[in-house]
Design a binder for this molecule. Structure first.
Ligand code: ADP
Ligand code: MG
Length: 382
């Protein structure tokens, strides 16, 4: 299946009659934060920033990998595939290793990579490069893996070759994205459904705090434990509850003392699942304003109850909340830095950013960045 996306000029010199070009996008998540490990839902979408690869077979027994962005080439002997932590090509080797592990010894190939997903900004450029590698290798050698198998290979590549024990959302969104639609992914069953995101004169803008506090990974583990502790408390009375997905607010109120921090953590999760489900109904009705209000409440919950925000994220969320042209905003991702996701009236984007830039610089001492994004197709050949 070929799409209408153009080959980026940066990759044109690598394209010939034997090569395959694949585009795999970055992603956003509209609502449903910290729900994946609670067997809840997420609501991601693929964006108009992507990683592109050109691949072709070659005879010399190497994987010849070239990054246009880093202007660097690595020739990895076919017999020597192992993690290269910290290097851009580890993600590609990680994918090769997954094909090898499933009995398909990947023959030598040449791959050139170029992308415009900002690195490390929370748009999952790593999932984009992994998904592009998995899809293109599968096409080049005719392996016939389906999209979900490619997603799982990309996820394992991230676990084993980047050392990041991520969930499945990022790769899933990159590979399964659809133009103008968000994906409601059930993290328990992996069932998914598309919902239209008709923005009606509004636009999605990510505002990048330019900070990443080191608390992120330790607090992530603490939150997981707190959720498990909450489930254990509820299970004493309701043994069928396996995760917070199965819990209701009535159960939380009944089983967890309200002065226990675990109460607030669980309250956020149970309410966020509810917000996501009813938010999808908002989208089906075309009511972006109602959806946006839920995003603001998600931010409140993440900041005041779940405790994963930081002063920079709160600053950005508070700033836009005072502007009626911004109908929804929240921190996006694990927290303690990264971006906020905002739904802003198109013509208000530039003036709002121009107002915010100097204030953020004055108050936080940092130069913020922002990215306007559109929702586009997932991984495809171009
Ligand atoms: P995120 O996934 O949030 O963008 P990560 O740190 O997980 O951040 O992944 C970023 C890494 O992915 C980069 O440091 C680089 O190694 C790799 N990567 C992403 N995009 C490209 C690209 N266009 N070319 C080469 N490597 C890339
Ligand atoms: Mg990543």
């Amino acid at each position: 299946m070929e799409s209408g996306y153009p080959v980026p000029v940066e990759l044109a010199p690598y394209v010939n009659s034997n090569s395959i070009v694949v585009r795999s996008p970055g992603r956003i998540n509209l609502i449903g934060e910290h729900l994946d490990y609670n067997s809840g839902f997420v609501l991601p979408a693929a964006i108009d920033k992507a990683v592109y690869v050109v691949v072709e077979k070659q005879d010399p027994p190497f994987y010849s990998l070239h990054s246009v962005d880093f202007n660097e080439t690595a020739d990895i002997p076919v017999a020597d595939v192992k993690p290269a932590f910290g290097h851009w090509y580890t993600y590609i080797l990680g994918v090769v290793a997954q094909f090898n592990a499933t009995g398909r010894s990947v023959p030598p190939f040449k791959m050139a990579v170029y992308g415009d997903v900002p690195l490390g900004a929370g748009l999952s450029s790593s999932a984009a490069i992994e998904s592009a590698a998995a899809f293109s290798i599968n096409e080049l050698f005719g392996y016939g893996s389906d999209r979900l198998q490619l997603v799982k290979m990309a996820q394992l590549a991230e676990h084993e070759y980047a050392g990041v024990k991520c969930g499945i959302m990022d790769m899933f969104a990159s590979v399964f994205g659809k133009k103008g639609q968000v994906i409601r992914l059930d993290c328990r069953s992996l069932e998914y459904a598309y919902f239209p995101l008709d923005l009606q004169g509004y636009e999605i803008v990510l505002i990048d705090t330019q900070v990443k506090h080191s608390l992120a990974s330790s607090e992530y583990n603490v939150r997981r434990e707190q959720c498990e502790a909450g489930v254990a408390m509820i299970q004493k009375k309701y043994p069928a509850v396996q995760s917070l997905r199965d819990a209701t607010m009535a159960m939380v109120n009944e089983c967890i003392p309200q002065d226990d921090i675990i109460y607030l953590r669980c309250k956020y999760v149970v309410e966020e699942i509810e917000r996501l489900v009813t938010g999808c109904a908002d989208l089906e009705r075309g009511d972006v304003a109602a959806f946006g209000r839920k995003m603001y409440r998600t931010h409140e919950g993440l900041s005041k109850e779940y405790g994963v925000s930081c002063k920079e994220l709160d600053y950005l969320a508070d700033f836009v909340a005072a502007h009626p042209e911004v109908i929804g905003a929240r921190m996006m991702g694990g927290g303690f830095g990264g971006c906020t996701i905002n739904i802003i009236k198109k013509e208000a984007v530039e003036p709002l950013i121009n107002e915010l830039l100097p204030l953020y610089k004055r108050d936080m001492g940092l130069e913020l960045k922002y990215y306007r994004v559109n929702i586009e197709e997932g991984t495809s050949r171009i």
